[in-house]
Ligand binder design. Structure first.
Ligand code: NAD
Length: 248
């Protein structure tokens, strides 16, 4: 039975990915710093381990790997999904806000991957990092969030370059907008309308539509895919001007 670690697994895209991998016969270590929501999410799920840790803390990142290995014996995939969003103008993004975003979205992804490197080499496992369309294309209010996700995209390529010779794959999924708690905390009605305008498929995505791409990249079906950035975004990244005018 293959084993995955999924961070930010208490809800949203992480929980949907957990359920899809369980359905494919994997065991899943569900990581989330919100212990109460994590326990609630895991109720009724078999073959899971819940670890209420903070991925941005170096010691806790090491603990996540050690505790997963002691429960499940191996790690075949690491899904670095936990993240926070903070939208604000450059002038209002003080150092504390900047660091909070970087420490989770970027540092946490780096720390957990680094702690898992040895064990992933042993299984020729996979890393799937979750970026964002905000890391592919700049937009207003996303100086910290967008920059953290652009760095996650490049970190993925660094990981693919360095770990490829050990058979470890690293890929990045960049979701478009999904109506999760994270997104709804920062998407005003105006932003929602703008996304609809800018997305060829003309709608938000679902947690499951993102999870299925993550699940594919974890699997042996993607055994020759590494260093890739795949947007699951309804076409957002591919387009330029003109969509709203065409629709009128
Ligand atoms: P969500 O808020 O529903 O879930 C994120 C989970 O991560 C939460 O349960 C939260 O408690 C957990 N988490 C946050 N910081 C943590 C930490 N330091 N340690 C452990 N757990 C932590 O959000 P989501 O929309 O499902 O987001 C999942 C990923 O997808 C994030 O990386 C996000 O940036 C990315 N993303 C989301 C959207 C979207 O529109 N929802 C778009 C692009 C990218």
């Amino acid at each position: 039975m293959k084993v995955a670690i999924i961070t930010g697994a208490a809800r949203g895209i992480g929980l949907a990915t957990t359920k899809q991998l369980l359905a494919k016969g994997w065991k899943v270590a569900m990581i989330d710093w919100d212990g109460a929501e994590l326990s609630e999410a895991a109720k009724g799920l078999d073959n899971v381990l819940t670890l209420p840790h903070d991925i941005s803390q170096p010691e806790q990142a090491k603990q996540i790997i050690a505790e997963t290995l002691s429960a499940f014996g191996q790690i075949d995939a690491l899904v670095n999904n936990a993240g926070i969003a903070d939208f604000g103008p450059i002038e209002d993004t003080d150092f504390a806000r900047w660091r909070a975003v970087m420490s989770i979205n970027l540092d946490g992804t780096f720390l957990l991957s680094q702690a898992a490197t040895d064990t992933l080499k042993a299984t020729k496992g996979a890393i799937v990092n979750i970026g964002s369309i905000s890391g592919l294309r700049a937009s207003t209010l996303r100086v910290a969030y967008g920059t953290s996700k652009a760095a996650v995209i490049h970190l993925t390529k660094q990981q693919a370059a360095e770990l490829g010779e050990y058979g470890v794959r690293a890929n990045c999924v960049c979701p478009g907008p999904v109506r999760t708690k994270l997104a709804m905390a920062v998407h005003t009605q105006d932003i929602i309308d703008s996304y609809h305008d800018a997305i060829p498929l003309n709608r938000y995505g679902s947690e499951d539509e993102i999870a299925s791409v993550i699940t594919f990249l974890c699997s042996d079906e993607a055994s020759y895919v590494t260093g890739q950035v795949i947007a699951s975004d309804g076409g957002f990244e591919s387009t330029g001007v003109g969509l709203p005018s065409l629709r009128k």
